[in-house]
Design a binder for this molecule. Structure first.
Ligand code: KG4
Ligand code: ZN
Length: 342
């Protein structure tokens, strides 16, 4: 393979990001610029799509210029432009993807419309020596799913949440306990001071086989417990957070064990590998639970550095590089999509 240098753009949620990545031979992140919109959304307790889209418009030009500048590349050095074409908040996706189309047209470069989930799925191949197939557990504010990653463009969803995503469950739990948005890190901080034995919360769906998950009932159970004790003091909040986090970790660890067994059945010749991606992967208790579940079955556990687990543009540029290894790509007529299963 020969090296390609790709500009990536990501705007599908509340981060405006651009990056220049070179690969697949040396796999170098030449620049990786990101601007979070969290401050714009905090007062609403969640991402407001209209505000997100406008904020992307405000800063995307500057972020792309910064990524180009930091990379030390001129436009002549760039082989292609890759941008998230979905799934995500459609206003933001339109801003990013149409900007990428304009840049690609003006600079006369091929355009690659990347599925955001494919970006997450392939990131570990940018950061680690990792061959196909491998298992991916994607846990973010919008997604909770197990994927069998068999190759570029060859994914099988093995199981998913049937209701809330895990990050969403963290955020809703935080909100109902009066903790700030985004809730995940705050729940984790409180849980560290909590007694995990005080509240027994359910492990939804674990009595059923397969790899689907459910988190909405957990939040409802927690609300019921909290209501009984109103007004809740800080120690109770901490104890509830600890119980919640433990329940989620248990569910993920159990499902990960099941997924790894399935992997062994299907790919007896391959080393079993589980890769984690998404913002929830920042949670230390969840990481420990997954590390433990992998070790128990003798599997390798791969967790890319946090800034590449959460939304970023390096993963989009890298997915573009991976796609181009399969042959020429021209996505100029691809529409931006709010929904786009892998
Ligand atoms: O991947 P991400 O940055 O954005 C997308 O949703 O695509 O994930 C954000 C989610 C939020 O729901 C946030 O609460 C959660 O990840 N999160 C955490 C932690 N840090 C972020 N959840 C649990 N524990 C954490 N430490
Ligand atoms: Zn994401």
């Amino acid at each position: 393979a020969t090296n390609l240098t790709v500009l990536g753009i990501e705007t599908s949620c509340d981060e405006t990001a651009a990056a220049v990545v070179r690969g697949p031979v040396q796999r170098e992140i030449l620049s990786n610029t990101i601007r979070s919109q969290i401050d714009e959304h905090t007062e609403f307790g969640g991402v407001v799509p209209e505000i997100a889209a406008r904020a992307h418009i405000d800063v995307l030009d500057r972020i792309v210029a910064e990524a180009m500048n930091d990379s030390g590349c001129s436009w002549d050095d760039i082989d292609a432009v890759a941008a998230t074409a979905g799934p995500g908040l459609i206003g933001g996706v339109i801003v990013g993807f149409m900007t990428a189309k304009a840049i690609a047209m003006a600079a006369d470069k091929p355009l690659i419309g990347v599925n955001h989930l494919e970006g997450h799925a392939l990131t570990a191949r940018l950061t680690d020596d990792l061959d196909f197939p491998f298992l991916l557990l994607l846990v973010s504010g919008g997604h909770s799913q197990f994927l069998m990653v068999r190759g570029v463009g060859d994914y099988e969803r093995l199981g998913t949440t049937i209701d809330d995503a895990i990050g969403e469950a963290f955020d809703k739990t935080a909100k109902l306990l009066g903790l700030p948005y985004p809730g995940g890190p705050h729940v984790e901080k409180m849980a560290a001071k909590g007694d995990v034995r005080r509240f027994r919360l359910p492990r939804p769906l674990l009595d059923r086989p397969g790899l689907d998950m459910s988190f909405a009932g957990l939040k409802t159970a927690l609300r019921t417990q909290a209501k009984k004790l109103e007004p809740v003091d800080d120690q109770t909040i901490a104890d509830l957070c600890a119980g919640f986090q433990r329940a989620v970790s248990d569910v993920l660890a159990t499902r990960t064990g099941t997924a790894l067994n399935l992997f062994r059945e299907r790919h007896p010749q391959s080393e079993p590998v589980i890769v984690v991606a998404g913002g929830v992967a920042a949670n230390q208790e969840i990481r420990n639970a997954l590390t433990h579940a992998a070790a128990e079955t003798g599997a390798r556990f791969v967790a890319p550095p946090m800034h590449l687990c959460t939304d970023n543009a390096a993963m989009i540029a890298w997915a573009g590089i991976e796609r181009m290894q399969l042959g020429p790509v021209n996505d100029m007529s691809l529409p931006p999509r709010p929904r786009w299963p892998l």
